[in-house]
Design a protein around this ligand. Structure first.
Ligand SMILES: [Zn+2]
Length: 182
């Protein structure tokens, strides 16, 4: 998976959509329209045969320091120099007092697990992953971080110490952050 992640994710998605697309062909063949009734709500749905491909492109220009931090294995947050508000994910402009004068700080290495959930029904964009755990971790810096937790969910307990990891995650092969029991 790690040598050609983009192709591999694309193939997984193709496989996932193969069966629904076959059903769409059958529907159009039989009724002449790509229209069916939603079995749950009874609502009429039109499934267009034209496929839109969407890939997120987000500007990270104003938080370039955050990107630099990831490259160095650090997770950075911002503190508003005017009102003291802390932000993770970092904000370049303070939504509280509207100032744009921010101090960049490194997040503490260990936090405490508040709660977590196992994701069995994955969004299509994560369908190439096995079931995974997402947790909320309270950081001593004064904010919570929501991220993946690398652990057997049966071993997790509220209040457990969690270590922050900043590294390449298998599955995407780019640098991101997640937690592991400390
Ligand atoms: Zn502020």
């Amino acid at each position: 998976m790690s040598d050609n992640v983009v192709n591999s994710v694309s193939k997984t998605l193709d496989k996932l959509y193969k069966e629904p697309l076959k059903q769409l062909e059958t529907l159009i063949g039989a009724t002449g329209l790509p229209v069916y009734k939603d079995p749950k709500s009874g609502a009429l749905l039109w499934v267009d045969v034209r496929e839109l491909r969407l890939r997120f492109t987000l500007s990270v220009n104003k938080i370039a320091k955050f990107v630099d931090g990831l490259r160095e294995g650090k997770l950075l947050y911002t503190v508003c120099k005017r009102c003291g508000a802390k932000f993770f994910p970092p904000q370049a402009d303070c939504p509280r007092c509207k100032a744009s004068d921010m101090e960049w700080r490194e997040t503490s290495p260990v936090g405490e697990l508040i709660t977590w959930t196992v994701i069995n029904v994955k969004p299509a964009s994560f369908s190439h992953h096995a079931d995974y755990v997402v947790g909320i971790v309270k950081m001593p810096d004064g904010f919570n971080i929501t991220a993946w937790v690398e652990a057997d969910p049966k071993t997790l307990k509220p209040g457990m110490k969690m270590r922050l990891l900043v590294d390449r995650r298998p599955g995407e092969n780019y640098i991101t952050y997640w937690f592991k029991p400390a």
